[in-house]
Design a protein around this ligand. Structure first.
Ligand SMILES: [Ca+2]
Ligand SMILES: [Ca+2]
Length: 99
């Protein structure tokens, strides 16, 4: 992980920037793997609870409100969850090798 401001821990915006940087070079398989990393309960969507769990897992604390705000930014159908499609859009992932 990248600690841009040398604060000794990774803040959620740094985490997102790092994810976006990685996203530029991601394959479809890597995007799915990253999605599943957030989707703890493996139900095909990332909820605010899933985000809180993910950050707890990497030693970061964010509130449920912060997680909800994060989802709202990328939740195009307003169901308060991030679907795989919305996650790909969030990473600006372009699947260029579909046949
Ligand atoms: Ca889930
Ligand atoms: Ca959604």
């Amino acid at each position: 992980m990248v600690d841009f401001d040398k604060s000794g821990h990774i803040k959620y915006d740094e985490f997102l920037i790092a994810a976006l940087e990685v996203g530029k070079f991601m394959t479809k398989e890597n995007v799915m793997a990253t999605f599943k990393m957030f989707d703890f309960d493996d139900d095909g969507s990332i909820t605010a609870e899933n985000i809180v769990n993910s950050f707890t897992n990497i030693g970061e604390k964010i509130s449920i409100e912060e997680a909800k705000a994060m989802i709202k930014c990328h939740d195009s159908n307003n169901d308060l969850k991030i679907s795989y499609e919305e996650f790909m859009a969030m990473l600006a992932f372009n699947d260029q090798d579909t046949n």
